[in-house]
Design a protein around this ligand. Structure first.
Ligand SMILES: Nc1ncnc2c1ncn2[C@@H]1O[C@H](COP(=O)(O)OP(=O)(O)OP(=O)(O)O)[C@@H](O)[C@H]1O
Ligand SMILES: [Mg+2]
Length: 349
């Protein structure tokens, strides 16, 4: 293969993951950045003064959300459609991600951006239109493919990306995965958060809960395993901190999508040629922020015991997996061939 153009004078390669919950960028210079996918604008002159800025992105938007007009511009892994403010927010997020990339002067920004396995043509077009305002060339690839590339599991493997908006599944069979080898389910981390919020509200009606508190509880204590001791957390009831037992609610909420996940994995195993099914079972990769919940690897292994000995690998640093995989593809393959990877737009500049 010809030497990658990343080393050329003018191109600067970045890998990007625009996620429902978090967006990440990594660059050929080794710069890494991550930001919560949330944008906010002050609603009046006082908000502007308190914020000291006309826009807030990520943690800052979360911190000042009380007096900001807030947008989460991504839903189910794609840019929301129909509301102008969400499109503006998506563009601000892309602009911000590019600013984190510390692009050297006079370089052309060539980005590979991960999209969910089953993103619609329309949603891809919106992403390309917004991205090309801030990059010289943009190519979209499927997120699980990016993960498979990063993990070097391009053949006889199953990638499961447990995100906030979607669970993405993909089989790798030695080529770029097509529509038929990918599935997305729209019950993922956000859904678990909603289930947990509702059940905690039912059990502790006077507890002061916000979606953000519940999400943080899940990130700290998330498990589907019983027998690990009770999950005791401090919550405020009528303003006073109290220690409460949330074990049952946590296990139950984190278990909600398990049957759907197992059903999909079984279908994917059967989709392999019988000669390769055993190998595919040894290459089941768990990615995405929700892969950090305790017990998903063991429940998958147990549920597949009839099929043989499955080996489930929880990948390292899952928050950067898509962006790093995208970067790796972008630096391995010369930019002029990127259009063979997926939908591509170049500004010609
Ligand atoms: N340590 C953790 N334990 C449990 N869950 C976590 C942890 N860290 C992050 N999460 C959850 O992972 C989800 C975010 O994962 P990820 O960043 O992979 O999703 P995303 O890429 O933003 O979403 P999508 O792929 O659906 O667009 C959120 O639901 C978040 O609460
Ligand atoms: Mg994701």
């Amino acid at each position: 293969m010809p030497k990658a153009e990343s080393a050329s004078e003018s191109n600067f390669i970045v890998g990007i993951d625009l996620g429902t919950s978090c967006s990440a960028v990594v660059t050929e210079n080794g710069v890494k950045g991550v930001v919560e996918s949330i944008v906010g604008w002050p609603q009046d002159i006082i908000g502007l003064k308190v914020l000291g800025n006309s826009i807030a992105i990520g943690d800052t938007a979360l911190e000042f959300r009380e007096f900001l007009e807030i947008s989460y511009p991504l839903a189910n892994g794609v840019i929301k459609q129909g509301v102008q403010r969400d499109l503006e927010a998506a563009e601000e997020l892309i602009k911000h991600i590019i600013s984190l990339a510390e692009v050297p002067e006079k370089k052309k920004i060539c980005g590979i951006v991960g999209v969910p396995a089953k993103a619609s043509q329309q949603s891809k077009q919106i992403l390309l239109d917004l991205s090309k305002k801030h990059m010289n060339q943009v190519t979209l690839i499927s997120e699980p493919f990016a993960i498979a590339y990063r993990e070097e599991r391009l053949n006889n493997s199953i990638i499961i990306d447990l995100g906030a908006g979607t669970l993405n599944f993909c089989t790798m069979k030695g080529r770029i995965p097509d529509e038929n080898s990918q599935v997305s389910l729209e019950k993922a981390g956000n859904y678990v958060d909603n289930v947990l919020f509702d059940s905690l509200k039912r059990k502790f009606p006077d507890a002061q809960l916000t979606p953000n508190i519940v999400k943080k509880l899940k990130e700290k204590h998330g498990t589907i395993l019983s027998g690990g001791g009770n999950i005791m957390v401090e919550l405020r009831i009528h303003g006073k901190p109290q220690t409460l037992d949330i074990t049952e609610e946590m296990i139950s909420a984190c278990s909600t999508f398990v049957p759907n996940m197992i059903e999909e994995i079984k279908k994917l195993i059967v989709s392999f040629d019988p000669d390769f099914q055993e190998e595919a079972m040894k290459n089941i990769m768990l990615a995405g922020g929700m892969s950090k919940i305790k017990g998903y690897d063991s429940v998958i292994k147990e549920s597949l015991s009839d099929y043989g000995d499955a080996q489930i690998h929880r990948i390292d640093d899952p928050m950067y997996a898509v962006a790093e995989g995208a970067l790796k593809i972008g630096t391995d393959i010369p930019v002029k061939y990127w259009s063979q990877l997926g939908e591509t737009v170049a500004t010609g500049k």
